[in-house]
Design a protein around this ligand. Structure first.
Ligand code: UD1
Ligand code: UDP
Length: 379
């Protein structure tokens, strides 16, 4: 039986790969061996546990303070050894992380075809998101099959001379993961969150972690949150904070002891999706959250100057606001107090998929397996 190996290493890759793994495991005639790099540790394990995934191989590369090149080297070296004894027929990678591109490179160098999930997103700026824009473009150069979430991402790939026959528009599997998880409305472990959920108070849900925002911009985000909390006593700000110490050092000193700011450890995906569904407004620099929130009809303010996910911005439900402290305070205030403006951003739309992206992805993969068997290659 052909062996398909999904390889991933961080929280967002795990969330977006989980529906594909479930679909592969349901598909007769294919063998699925899951490999994780462990680029993230706790944040990765949280997701695998929720979706009941026990990896077949774990490179366990995580080290606190890891540099991009250390992640790259340890991933390629670990996979080189793994492929020597457990060589899959196809490798599946997701998105734009260092794990993703390192795994694609390792497979490519061993002559193993690469399927790229969430292919074709482009910001047009190699420094934002950094290094993700570069990572994604490198993977596009060496992947054999490109699973593009939207027509826009397909057009980006065509513009880079990727052959149309090797691109399939599938939707984004994050919507599959979101829809199956949010409907469970899982309980919060933290009693403060459970109390907040039943209080009916308005919630501003905040996440931040982007490398290009670390430092001064992220300190400004911390100051903006403190000002919003002081000005809006009836609002509760919830900040599930990324494990990166650079994020914590930048933001936490400004939050003081405000009673209406709740800082939590990264939430398990079931809890986070429930919080998304309860939130009034989302303030974020996350890629995945930009995709999820619009399908729940939640207004999203994105603390970035640009995005490789323009669809929801063009639809008017996601607004790019940059990282200027005053601008963040102004934009949140406007959403809280200008009802017409709020309603225009609170429309539920699903530009990123309808919850069936994993099925489409595996169908595309099966067609490619047939080509591979017939011709020995599908490059
Ligand atoms: C990575 C991805 C980014 C993605 C993000 C999702 C790259 C280049 N970046 O960035 O695209 O948006 O994941 O969150 O691949 N840490 C822990 N425990 C964890 C995870 C992280 O302690 O479970 C801390 C460590 O100190 C680590 C730091 O966070 O050094 C940064 O983690 P890293 O994976 O290098 O980058 P992210 O900023 O998380
Ligand atoms: N997420 C989560 N718990 C949290 C914060 C986020 O499960 O405390 C989920 C979120 O729903 C989304 C994904 O993590 O699916 C986004 O991850 P992140 O923002 O770290 O990375 P990005 O999407 O920016 O690459």
């Amino acid at each position: 039986m052909p062996v398909i190996m999904p390889i991933y290493g961080t929280r967002p890759e795990a969330i977006k790969m989980a529906p594909i793994i479930a679909e592969l495991q349901r598909t007769p005639g294919l063998e699925c061996f899951v490999t994780v790099t462990g680029q993230h540790r706790t944040m990765l394990d949280q997701v695998n546990q929720l979706f009941g995934i026990t990896p077949d191989h774990d490179l366990n590369i995580f080290e606190p303070g890891q540099s991009l090149n250390e992640i790259l080297i340890r991933t390629i070296s670990g996979l080189d050894k793994l492929f020597a004894v457990n060589r899959p027929d196809v490798v599946v990678v997701q998105g734009d992380t260092t794990t993703s591109t390192a795994a694609a490179l390792a497979a490519f160098n061993c002559g193993i075809p690469v399927v790229h999930v969430e292919a074709g997103l482009r910001s047009g700026n190699p420094l934002s998101p950094f290094p993700e824009e570069g990572n994604r473009k490198i993977t596009s150069q060496i992947a054999s099959l490109h699973l593009a979430p939207t027509e826009t991402s397909r057009a980006n790939l065509l513009a880079e001379n990727i052959k149309a026959e090797n691109i399939v528009v599938t939707g984004n599997t994050v919507i599959d993961a979101l829809l199956t998880t949010v409907q469970k409305q899982l309980p919060f472990v933290d009693p403060q969150l459970e109390a907040l959920a039943s209080s009916g108070r308005r919630i501003l849900l905040v996440t931040t972690h982007r490398r290009e925002n670390q430092g001064e911009a992220m300190q400004g985000i911390g100051r903006a949150l403190a000002r919003i909390a002081a000005a809006e006593p009836d609002l509760t700000i919830v900040l599930p904070i990324h494990r990166n110490p650079a994020v914590r050092e930048a933001v936490l000193p400004y939050l003081g002891s405000a009673g209406n700011i709740l800082v939590t450890e990264p939430l398990e995906y079931g809890e986070f999706t429930r919080l998304l569904s309860l939130a009034h407004v989302i303030l974020t620099d996350s890629g995945g959250v930009q995709e999820e929130a619009p399908s729940l009809g939640k207004p999203v303010l994105v603390m970035r100057e640009n995005t490789e996910r323009p669809e929801a911005v063009e639809a008017g439900v996601v607004k790019l606001i940059g990282t200027d402290e005053d601008r963040i305070v102004f934009e949140v205030d406007r959403l809280l107090h200008d009802e017409t403006h709020f309603k225009s951003l609170a429309e539920a739309i699903t530009p990123y998929g309808d919850g069936t992206a994993a099925q489409r992805s595996v169908s595309a993969l099966k067609m490619i397996m047939i080509k591979l068997e017939r011709h020995g290659t599908y490059l």
